[in-house]
Design a protein around this ligand. Structure first.
Ligand code: GLV
Ligand code: GLV
Length: 322
C-alpha cells in the first residue's frame, strides 16, 4: 500500500504537479484557507509524511495524533518557529524546510519596504487619492535618503546579507550587524561591522530585522530598544512579528521615537483591520508576502515535495533542519 501523506494546502502549479506524481496516498486540503486544526489532527492519523505551511502548528499533539509510523515533516517555509523542535527531536524525525530559494524574493521585498517607509509612500499615495496634492511643495512629503547612511542588520544570515547588498546600491556607506555570532565571510563581502545590539540601535539610520524568532529574539524590539534608536530612523521587519513588542512599536511611532516603520510580519497574522498600526501614516504593513513571487513559491513547493518524498522513502532529506 502506498504511504499516506497529508498536505495542508494546494501548492503552486509546478510543485502541485510534482506532488501528484508521488507514489503516495495523498490527503490534501483543497480549500483556500488554512486547514482546520481538528481536521488536521484527524487526517494525520497513520500518515508517514506531513507537508505543512508556516500557519500549521507542529507540536506533540499533532505528532501524537499522527502516530509512530510518521517518518517526516516537511514545511514549505524557511522559518520553523511554528514547529516545536523538542517534539521533533525526541521522536528523531527529520524536518525539511526551504532555505536559499526565497532569499532574493524576501530581500527584494525587505528593501522595497525600507525604501517605501523612508520615502513615505503610503502618505504619498493617500495624498494623491485624497486630493491633498495641490501643487509641488518644497517641504512636502520629504523622507530620507540612503546616500552616506548607516544600515543596521539584526541577524546577518542569507536574507540579511542580500538586503544589505541591495541597499548598498542605493548609497548606504556603512553596514553594522548584530546577532548571536560574528559572520566573518559575510562581513568581509559587505565590509560590515559586528556590533552590540545597543550600538546598532544607536548608530543606524535604517534598522532591519532578518533574524529567526527564538526565545532570545522574542520581543527584543520593545519600547526601550526603540528609545535607543535615532529619531530619524526607519525600522523594517520582514522576519517574524513576535520579534517585536507590537504595542511598544505603536507607542514608539506615536511618540516619534522613530520616523517610520515597514512591516511584512505582525502579531497576530492576519492583523485585525482595527489595529492602530494601520492608522499611523508612517507605518506600512503588507501581508507576509516576502517570498511571494511566482518563481520562488514554485521552488519552495518543489523543495518541500522533494523533502517529503525523501522522508517517506527513508532517504536523507535534500534540505533539512535536522
Ligand atoms: C516565510 O516567512 C518563511 O519562513 O518561509
Ligand atoms: C522636481 O520635479 C524638480 O524638477 O526639481
Amino acid at each position: 500500500m502506498p504511504p499516506r501523506v497529508v498536505v495542508t494546502r494546494r501548492l503552486p502549479p509546478t510543485s502541485q504537479a510534482a506532488l501528484e506524481k508521488l507514489d503516495a496516498d495523498i490527503y490534501q486540503w483543497q480549500e483556500d484557507c488554512a486547514m482546520p486544526r481538528e481536521t488536521l489532527l484527524k487526517e494525520v492519523k497513520g500518515a508517514q509524511g506531513i507537508l505543512c505551511m508556516l500557519t500549521d502548528k507542529v507540536d506533540d499533539e499533532l505528532l501524537d495524533s499522527a502516530g509512530q509510523q510518521l517518518k517526516v515533516v516537511s514545511t514549505m517555509s524557511v522559518g520553523y518557529d511554528h514547529v516545536d523542535m523538542e517534539a521533533i527531536k525526541k521522536r528523531k524525525l527529520p524536518l525539511g524546510y526551504t532555505p536559499d530559494v526565497l532569499t532574493d524574493a524576501t530581500a527584494d521585498l525587505t528593501a522595497l519596504l525600507t525604501l517605501s517607509a523612508a520615502r513615505r509612500i503610503k502618505e504619498s499615495i493617500d495624498a494623491v487619492r485624497n486630493g491633498e496634492w495641490r501643487e509641488w511643495r518644497p517641504n512636502w512629503l520629504c523622507g530620507s535618503q540612503f546616500t552616506q547612511k548607516t544600515l543596521g542588520v539584526v541577524g546577518l544570515g542569507r536574507i540579511g546579507e542580500a538586503v544589505a547588498h541591495r541597499l548598498k546600491a542605493f548609497g548606504i556607506s556603512q553596514v553594522l550587524y548584530s546577532g548571536r555570532s560574528e559572520k566573518p565571510e559575510a562581513s568581509k563581502r559587505l565590509q560590515a561591522q559586528f556590533v552590540s545590539f545597543d550600538e546598532l540601535l544607536a548608530k543606524s539610520d535604517y534598522v532591519i530585522v532578518c533574524c529567526a524568532l527564538t526565545k532570545e529574539t522574542k520581543e527584543m524590539f520593545n519600547y526601550d530598544a526603540f528609545k535607543k534608536m535615532k529619531r530619524s530612523a526607519v525600522f523594517v521587519n520582514s522576519a517574524r512579528g513576535g520579534i517585536v513588542q507590537q504595542d511598544d512599536l505603536v507607542r514608539a511611532l506615536e511618540d516619534d521615537l522613530i520616523a517610520a516603520a515597514g512591516l511584512d510580519v505582525t502579531t497576530p497574522e492576519p492583523l485585525p483591520t482595527t489595529s492602530k498600526l494601520l492608522q499611523l501614516p508612517n507605518c506600512i504593513v503588507v501581508p507576509h508576502i516576502g517570498s511571494a513571487t511566482l518563481e520562488t513559491r514554485d521552488q519552495m513547493g518543489l523543495m518541500a515535495v522533494k523533502n517529503l518524498e525523501a522522508g517517506i522513502q527513508d532517504k536523507a532529506l535534500p534540505t533539512s533542519v535536522l
